[in-house]
Design a protein around this ligand. Structure first.
Ligand SMILES: [Zn+2]
Length: 293
């Protein structure tokens, strides 16, 4: 496999176009670490080659992406993140930019090692997990919960499937600025009941004034789509949570397409897709239209 990417003397990914010609590029192989030279002749496509003449290493897009995501977050010292679970800001913004003071790769924690640890201005920390093909499992989730440190997971599987070059400005922007592929692993999203309580008025102000409010809006609607049960629940925030009760790749693909179209997020903990209030009616109408009941 032709090598178009290498590590520069500072250990950063560099493409062949940006490398100095020959051995003076001072680059090393991403895969084996051996010195490479930049072959930029007139005949063959420009590429890197091991100085030792051994044959090219196979550089997996998956590991390249993992490495690159860490690099851009360390350099970017910040990221656009969805709101913390349970926080429903009044504005239409569904995400905000978080500034980091420092970002350190692979600092070992109690029983696990997050990909990156960011330190915030207030001294608190954020764990960052970069998932390309493997995601946080139950054991790691338990350790993250025990650590009690806010943890965000980036799902870069779409970037893995895409043909966007790595490194590139477009993939960098996707990693840093797109909130939709990021989900909070800790703190967890509140349950429907907890979310409802958060929206209830302060009990001291309503004592003996009103009977408990009923919640028709929280009622679940059920649909049968492609022979599967799909439910939709309107949350107190006005967002709608949609989940398929059994795994079906076509339904997952459909819900994902809607998420890309209207915005929203996937909540891995509850395996549901959240669509924001401004698209709720459209989402419910689409589910209704597909309903085979
Ligand atoms: Zn190599």
């Amino acid at each position: 496999m032709t090598m178009f990417v290498a590590l520069d003397p500072n250990g950063r990914l560099i493409t062949i176009e940006n490398a100095h010609r020959g051995i003076s590029c001072n680059c090393t192989c991403v895969s084996c670490g051996e010195p490479v030279m930049a072959r930029k002749g007139l005949i063959r496509e420009h590429h890197f080659a091991h100085v030792s003449q051994k044959k090219s290493c196979y550089i997996q897009r998956e590991s390249l992406l993992h490495l690159y995501a860490k690099e851009v977050i360390c350099d970017g010292l910040g990221m656009q993140l969805p709101h913390l679970p349970g926080i429903y800001p009044n504005s239409e913004d569904t995400s905000s930019w978080w500034d980091f003071e420092t970002v350190t790769p692979e600092v070992r924690q109690q029983g696990f090692q997050p990909d990156l640890v960011a330190e915030l201005k207030d001294g608190s920390r954020l764990f960052i997990e970069i998932a390309v093909t493997s995601f946080i499992d139950e054991v790691k989730l338990e350790r993250i919960q025990a650590a009690g440190t806010p943890t965000i997971e980036l799902d870069l599987s779409d970037l893995l499937q895409s043909s966007q070059p790595i490194p590139s400005e477009s993939s960098k922007s996707y990693i840093l600025h797109q909130p939709h592929h990021k989900s909070w692993i800790y703190p967890e999203a509140p349950t429907i009941a907890q979310a409802f309580e958060m929206q209830m008025p302060d009990p001291r102000s309503v004592v003996d004034l009103h009977p408990p409010r009923t919640t028709p809006a929280l009622q679940e609607q059920r649909f049968v789509i492609m022979q599967m049960w799909v439910s939709a629940r309107t949350l107190p925030s006005g967002s709608v949570a949609v989940r398929s009760w059994s795994f079906n790749p076509q339904i997952t693909e459909l819900l994902k397409t809607w998420r890309n179209q209207f915005g929203g997020e996937y909540n891995p903990r509850y395996k549901n897709w959240i669509y924001y209030p401004n698209s709720r009616e459209e989402i419910l109408a689409r589910l209704q239209a597909l309903d085979q009941n």
